[in-house]
Design a protein around this ligand. Sequence first.
Ligand SMILES: *Cc1c(COP(=O)(O)O)cnc(C)c1O
Length: 421
Amino acid sequence: MSVAAPGGDDDESVRVLRPKRAAPADAVRPTRAEINLGHLRHNLRVVERAIGKATRASNPGIAEVWGVLKADAYGHGAPAVARTLERAGISGLCVALLEEGLELRAAGITLPILVMGGYYGPLHRGLEEVVEGGLTPVLYHAEQIEALARIAKERGRSSIDYHLKFDTGMARLGAALTATNELLDLAHRTRGLTLTGLMSHLACADGADPAPTTRQLRVFEDVVKAARARGLTPRYCHVANSAAAFAHPASRLDAVRPGIALYGVSPFVTPLAGNEAHDAALELRPVMKVRSEIVAIRTLSKGDRVGYGHAWEADAERTLATIPMGYADGLSRALTNRGHVVVRGRRAPIVGVVSMDLTTIDVTNIPGASLGDEVVMLGSQDGPLGTAQVTSAEIAELCGTIPWEVVTSISRRVPRFYREP
Ligand SMILES: *Cc1c(COP(=O)(O)O)cnc(C)c1O
């Protein structure tokens, strides 16, 4: 898909490519990600309950939920996730990139979509396409406001909605506080645009210390006051990611922007016992399961070695199984000799080096393990030997990263299958 700026010269137009990924119909290999849409809906309800919204009926005074679907809905497949959330009554969606927003429009999504990223940057490239696609831009620079106003004028539009982003202490993206007055003055006097939102992003909402979040909220409140003092009345003030939505009631404002929680992963990487917000997040159910099947089995004698660099040696007679998934699929090479998978309902260790397409596991302690058995790399499995799971938090800890990176790393080579339980 390519979108050219109507009337604009070639230098101004932006080619937007549709993301390519493996389709279920292409799947010969048994490796796939199963996306449980029932769990997705359940997680939306858990977030709604956490912020005090008990039913989907409109509930004045309670924050709306705007789901974050950037990075292909954290690897879950944005179009299907968006359709499910739209039907479940979510109020809006957020993406990072222009092309992510256009993909959702092409999939028929009619919800408001906020493009949060600084994709168009100081050169404000892509703003035409944001408007053309019916997406709402997030701006943080005077030149962007001026560029959007020019677009409104050229198109004879009486009003184009936009949100302004302020940096309240993340030091990443957003207008500097020193520019607040200048920017709000410009927003106030610019014709053809409507400021419908003010936003910021929190740096430490998942941390044990609430002080940095409280500080950022206070700074944001000053920005909101400065806007109101100019007669600006943005409908949406929003700052809360998943962690803030659960743990910081004062951050919920007009809308919360959960990402990871919708996908069923607690934003609190080390949950504290007895913490109400952390307990509420434990009700989330993982949406993604990554599974494959045993494609080869062999018996090793004591002293036999496995894989690249012979990184693992059998200390006795051992039964090894091979699964067709490797680091090119998002099974991190850092799991070499450390990670686990689940076979027949019991955990089995990864042995030897995780290679690009293949991984070996030790099934000596899995009686009956045989060719074609399902192997779960992420998620839970019921089997004849019991029920066991591998969580994204466990993988993240072994790999020195966070669950967000684990789910977004499942590569496009792995087809996504959608389950309606
Ligand atoms: C990614 C993102 C979110 C969602 O964060 P989670 O921790 O996944 O809930 C919210 N707001 C912004 C600006 C983001 O970039």
